[in-house]
Design a protein around this ligand. Sequence first.
Ligand SMILES: [Zn+2]
Length: 553
Amino acid sequence: MRDIIIRNGTIVDGTGMLAFRGDVGIDGGRLVRVGGKLAGEARREIDATGRVVAPGFIDPHTHFDAQLLFDAQAKPALEHGVTTVVHGNCSLSLAPLRAGDRGKLVRMFQQIEEMPDAAFDGAFEWTWEGFGEYVDALRGRVALNVAPLAGHSPLRLWAMGEDAAMRAATADEIATMQNLLRECLEAGAVGLSTSFVDMDENLAPVPCRHAHHAELDALSAVLGEYGRMLQVVPEFYNTDVTIARVDQLALLSLAHGIPTTFSPLFDSAAVPDNVPRVLDRVAEHFARGARVWPQVQTRPIDISFSFEVASLYFIQLPMWYLILRMPRDQRVGLLANEGTRKGLVDAAEPGGDTSRFAGLRVRDSRDPKRVGKTLGEIAEERGTTPAAAMIDLSLEEDLGIHFLAERMGHEDPSRIGPVLANDLVHIGASDGGAHIQSFATYGDTGYLFSEFVRKGRYLSLEQAVRKITRDTAQIWGLPDRGELRPGMAADVVVFDADAIARGDEVPAHDMPGEGMRYVRGSSGVECVIVNGEVCWSGKDGYTDARPGIVIHA
Ligand SMILES: [Zn+2]
């Protein structure tokens, strides 16, 4: 008797080959048959008539580092069909890290990835310092597969202490970091992450930004010993600088024989030639044999926020940002102060130009009549300006009113579709598990199918599946994943090609300490299997199975 037989499905095997009808047999965590009619019985039979059977989706850019330690299923990523996540991106990982440096790293996570205190504060037990001990803390306890990156900033903290955030490393310190990175890779790290843009809680550059090229080159040499990935966050708001980073990554890729990836690459109507210019340069480097994978996300940038937390939405308005970061009583006091309020309004609406906030919508309010209205409309009703209205409404509703800034970029499907279909573009950059109080990062895969396969027809079903399964596994060197083929690990998702989509974004209070975050459910996904065990189904929800592995451990 087999463990699982999925019968009569439309098999999209991840290679890009045309779909075909047949059964899929699973035994001992592996695929044993793909296609044909399977005789005999199974402990669990899944009828997939009229449904697609595909490899589990792989999300290469997440920050589930803390969440995985208190939520083994990385909810709700799993229910969207994601069976493997890469975490530790953007220079930040929870190991290697000395106990004394935990506070520093947590504050960086909070600043860069907008994670609440409660996600770190007692939600899990820190039992490790080294990367191997960290991997042990994950092993056997996660529902989906994890591929952790080692972060460059913690490597620096370990090797340089306080100086990590102040200066270039000495030759000795670089050698220490090389040895540390080697230990991480031996223990199961899938590569190294670094950043050229991120700032700590004091808005000073994070430690890895003080590295000179020689340091990155020395660390890349260690990656080359293992053929592992270098992930970077480039200066994505500046095309020329991004192109210079692409050149630098190509240099490292060729010198050390490593794959590199940069994320995000955003499309913007304001800079229409950004993506085409970067992709042209990427193509030149691939033609020379380098690997420089741009990661492009599927969803447009929509930011939700309230005055309960200091949203990154205000980072361009320092006065707003600084006040919103203050303790609640102080924040409310300043917002209610006539002089401060005027200063804030003047900063946001210079010379009476009220365009900045006029298009923002109220997304949640205790007054249902407000929901859906723009701040421009509300300001007109009240005889005030949008910025003033936003402050007044927040105070009236005890900071409980939420606003939505829609389509802040990356929003035109007719521009994004052809980019996602480009063979040199790596679909990713969901940022899963980060920015949880600004937007729901889950469901980018569903959105790929609903918007770019069904609606826009920019990719075929087979091509879209390949891009988030086999391509991702090959780009990252994840063995046994991304394809439905006998002998491969049984990571499988069963879904309805006519219905798969991301659900609506809703606030939820399911973080530790009842912390708020935005989430999305999935639609059209029916069953998610990790290493041969059903971890989620549309009918029964999450199961107790914890079959996930640390891929390289
Ligand atoms: Zn990130």
